[in-house]
Design a protein around this ligand. Structure first.
Ligand code: F0G
Length: 458
């Protein structure tokens, strides 16, 4: 008999989580104004709100915490991190920041000006926010296949080269400070970008004289998918693939809370001294001195090790295996999900899950609340509430996809947890699909409303 798959780690320390009753959860979610962000974590049994900063560090990372050098300037931990980033990416210049959006803030403070256009593949919210805040435009050039959850495409994060060429032709290259490629593409459902697409985007950028940067939060997961799905990469190591990916770009911003497997941290890495010099002033103003940038020495040490672990094939295989296990169980149950499954999450298609609820009553939020009520599981709405209102008309923006993201923290839950989540969703899908209610907004903030929105049951 073929041996089943098993994780390449064992558990040394556990954190208890507590199950609650349905009556308790009904009370708590009402008190939370039906906003899952308002729930304290002790009211949640399995927390799939995000995979960002919620993973488990290894014994080697914890050992590195004890070796942390907390010197203000010239810390050894900084050197370790800088060296490992160079070894993985080939980028010579390195700037630590406290998290990913801070890296965006520093780099964009130097590069993005009013009236600029920044093309990319479905920019992440904070990336878009930092571009729009500077009165510039984030132009989405993702392939159309990304927006149909039922179509199989191995690299739904890819850039549509015609859209990108049009962007270059329509706006003079002087108006385009850079192109940003998000690997994997979170907003398109954790979908990877192929090596071929990265190379072609890079070639086009070179032709127009525009730099290419990566939003590299989940670069290791992207490399894993290249190895598994793209011809010619089967025999390459993840580290070789990562090196090749970054060789096509001029730099990266990184949220280390994902593929750095740490709870907090980020950085910028670059190949251009001028850009580096332009950024460090902003880094010192916003983040901290250039050899710590908002991170403790111990955190930089843990990140140095985490980056190396995240680029081990066996680790990535176990990570993606958990996500595929959950996704396949949902498919077995006939539950509509984004396919192929992403690298860090499974996404439910709420339009297909609860077609009986009017779109104006926030379908994805309704499903997310029902999943909490059923089993104490916290996912997150990636739909109309998150998409916010049009800044001019103040009407709701209805995105093409109305999703519930079930993000899986790294090395944190087991296959039994995946099974539990799948069965909870089956129960909702089978028996109460029609009985789930929609919601109205009672109060919302003028921007980024999803974090604090107050809802009322219809
Ligand atoms: N880029 C991508 C692709 C991201 O997914 C995130 C964060 C960021 C940048 C910003 O990084 O949080 O360290 O400041 N994503 C989290 C999520 C919040 O839940 O997907 P950060």
């Amino acid at each position: 008999m073929k041996l089943p798959y098993a994780e390449p780690y064992k558990i040394k320390m556990v954190e208890p989580v507590k199950m609650s009753t349905r009556e308790e959860r009904e009370r708590w979610i009402k008190e939370a104004d039906y906003n899952l962000f308002n729930l304290s974590s002790d009211k949640v049994f399995i927390d799939l709100l995000t995979d960002s900063g919620t993973g488990a560090m290894s014994d080697r990372q914890w050992a590195e915490v004890m070796l942390g050098d907390e010197s203000y300037a010239g810390s050894r931990s900084f050197e370790k991190l800088k060296n490992n980033v160079f070894e993985l990416t080939g980028f010579d210049y390195f700037i630590p920041t406290h998290q990913g959006r801070a890296a965006e803030n520093v780099l964009f403070s130097h590069l993005v000006k009013e009236g600029h256009i920044v093309p990319g593949n479905s920019h992440f919210d904070t990336t878009k926010g930092h571009i729009e805040f500077r009165k510039a435009t984030a132009l989405d050039c993702t392939i159309d296949e990304a927006f149909d959850t039922s179509i199989y495409h191995p690299f739904k994060g890819n850039v549509d080269l015609d859209k990108l060429r049009n962007a270059f032709e329509e706006h003079t290259p002087e108006k385009i400070p850079f192109v940003i490629l998000t690997v994997t593409c979170n907003s398109a459902g954790g979908q990877p970008v192929s090596m071929e697409n990265i190379r072609l985007v890079s070639e086009m950028c070179n032709r127009y004289g525009v730099p290419l940067y990566f939003d590299a939060a989940r670069f290791a997961e992207n490399a894993y998918f290249i190895k598994e799905r793209e011809a010619g990469f089967e025999d390459k190591t993840i580290k070789e693939i990562v090196k090749q990916m970054f060789s096509y770009g001029d730099g990266m911003t990184m949220s280390a809370k994902k593929d750095g497997i740490v709870n907090m941290g980020g950085f910028i890495a670059l190949n251009n001294e001028e850009v580096y010099t332009g950024c460090i002033t902003f880094n010192i103003m916003y983040e901290g001195y250039i050899t710590y940038g908002g991170m403790s020495g111990r955190d930089m040490g843990a990140l140095a090790v985490g980056l190396m672990e995240a680029t081990e094939y066996e680790y990535l295989k176990s990570r993606v295996h958990q996500i595929e296990y959950l996704g396949n169980r949902l498919v077995d149950f006939g539950i509509p999900v984004q396919q192929p499954f992403g690298g860090h999450a499974v996404y439910l298609d709420a339009h297909k899950f609860v077609p009986g609820i009017p779109v104006e009553e926030y379908r994805a939020q309704s499903v997310a609340i029902e999943l909490y009520l059923e089993a104490g599981i916290r996912g997150v709405e990636i739909g109309t509430i998150l998409a916010d209102r049009d800044p001019e008309t103040r009407n709701n923006r209805y995105p093409k996809l109305e999703l519930v993201r079930l993000a899986i923290p790294r090395r944190t839950y087991t296959i039994s947890h995946m099974e539990y989540i799948a069965v909870a969703l089956k129960n909702i899908f089978d028996t109460r699909g029609e009985a789930i209610s929609g919601y109205n907004i009672e109060w919302e903030a003028p921007i980024m409303r999803h974090f604090t929105v107050k809802l009322k049951k219809k």
